[in-house]
Design a protein around this ligand. Structure first.
Ligand code: TRP
Length: 335
């Protein structure tokens, strides 16, 4: 946090829109935890972003709490990092409004996610959906983040955050740190268990295609057993010819730390049945502590509330400095 000034800053957020998958965990969240020691980290539940599509109130409330509990359950430490809920920190919406006035309609119209979502939510193409990347820029710039771990789908949004920041700095002097994407050293892109040409996704209609981070061991084993492979019956890494098996090898590798070569050796002469059981068991062990932590946190809502409040207080204090600086530059009279 603040007193470890030399560390670079990193920030990322997840939307509270359903339990993340094993793919989200191995590809992103697991890294968040690993980054805690080397960076000043801020992690948030992006609940303001989530209402760009309609949310059912009762469900939404539950998902926000669960998302926060899940961040703690993967081992993020409120002592090392700032872990908070976006809507608890008013500076996000405030800076987003300001940055809206420094962002051009034309550049936002090029955002591919907006174009895609306008198609998939044709009955609700709201202005928030359009200006969503500006809110994301505010999230990042408020904390002067040097790095932002993002997946491919968020690259363009990070790019616009950089553009907005550079433009603002160009007009007013150095106000914002220009954020860079953080590309993790390890961590694979985990694909659907049913169609390894597609990314594993929690919104897939076929629930056998993904493992949720909170799936029970029996469910994990069952889904793993029904994972698509091929007819060669040999555990060998070849993403082109054997995408299903290669995906399982990636999963196994992420959970055990073994490399592909070692996995091939260990399973030489064995069939897919044995391999799938091993991968399933490795996933069960990887997710077990997370599920157990989650159950513990969810049982103590008072403690969760308290931790949320602490996180929000720190985040507010830090981000307020950037907001004040920004407003002063523009000419606002600070109270
Ligand atoms: N838009 C991101 C997503 O849907 C979530 C997000 C919101 C985010 N604000 C952010 C990610 C800031 C990184 C940095 O995944």
């Amino acid at each position: 946090m603040e007193n470890t000034e030399k560390k670079k800053k990193i920030l990322s957020c997840i939307q509270p829109t359903g339990t993340p998958t094993l793919g989200n965990y191995l590809g992103a969240l697991k890294n968040w935890k690993a980054l805690e020691d080397d960076f000043d980290a801020a992690y948030a539940v992006a609940d303001l972003h989530a209402i760009t599509v309609r949310q059912e109130p009762q469900q939404f409330r539950k998902q926000i709490i669960e998302a926060y509990a899940l961040l703690l359950s993967i081992g993020l430490s409120p002592e090392k990092s700032i872990v908070f809920v976006q809507s608890h920190v008013p500076t996000h919406a405030q800076l987003a409004w300001i940055l809206n006035c420094y962002t051009q309609f034309g550049e936002m119209s090029r955002m591919t996610q907006f174009k895609d979502k306008s198609r998939s939510h044709a009955d609700n193409i709201n202005v928030g959906l359009f200006s969503y990347p500006v809110l994301m820029a505010a999230d990042i710039l408020l904390y002067q983040a040097d790095f932002v771990p993002v997946g491919a789908d968020q690259k363009q949004h990070l790019e616009i955050a950089r553009d907005i920041a550079s433009r603002f700095n160009g007009m007013y002097g150095n106000v914002f740190t220009i954020p860079e994407p953080y590309i993790p050293k390890a961590g694979a892109r985990i694909m659907s268990l049913q169609d390894p040409a597609k990314k594993m996704s929690k919104s897939d209609e076929n629930t056998k295609s993904f493992i949720s981070m909170l799936d029970k061991p029996e469910t994990i084993m069952k889904k793993m057993r029904s994972a698509v492979t091929d007819s060669e019956a040999s555990v060998r890494f070849d993403e082109e010819l054997k995408p299903g098996v290669s995906n399982l090898m990636n999963i196994y590798s992420c959970c055990t730390g073994l490399d592909h070569e070692q996995i091939e050796k260990d399973f030489a002469g064995k069939g897919y049945g044995d391999f799938k059981t091993a991968v399933g068991e490795a996933v069960v062990e990887e997710l077990r502590p997370i599920r157990e932590n989650f159950e513990m946190y969810m049982k103590d809502q008072a403690m969760l509330k308290e931790m949320m409040t602490k996180g929000a207080d720190i985040a507010t204090r830090i981000s307020q400095r950037t907001l004040d600086k920004t407003m002063k530059k523009i000419g606002y009279v600070l109270k």
